[in-house]
Design a protein around this ligand. Structure first.
Ligand SMILES: [Zn+2]
Length: 106
């Protein structure tokens, strides 16, 4: 699923509903979503300052001396270019129903 698909589905739903994520259909659980976080394929957060595409350090604490990318200049991975967006759970999980996986979505 792409971000745009989710935007399309959410646009028809109650904007005041609590956003939750259901996961692990073999043992269904849900938890509240606390953030939509831009990230890398390796599930590392990309924050406002961006991430070095060589050493994956956040650019606000990037060490230009230590980074392997210093020779050719550092490419910065920004949230706008993020290959993935993670819906981040609040950590307090609850049992869910398998019916969530049998629905049609929206
Ligand atoms: Zn670097």
């Amino acid at each position: 699923m792409k971000v745009q698909d989710l935007i399309d589905q959410l646009s028809d739903l109650n904007p005041e509903a609590e956003l939750r994520i259901a996961y692990q259909p073999s043992w269904p659980m849900w938890e509240s979503v606390t953030a939509a976080q831009a990230g890398t394929e390796e599930a590392q957060a990309i924050n406002e300052d961006g991430l070095c595409s060589q050493c994956f350090a956040s650019m606000d604490e990037h060490d230009d001396e230590e980074c392997d990318g210093r020779e050719e200049g550092v490419d910065v991975l920004t949230a706008e270019d993020a290959p993935a967006v993670y819906l981040v759970g609040g950590g307090s999980n609850h049992y869910a129903s398998k019916s969530l996986w049998e629905g049609d979505g929206w």
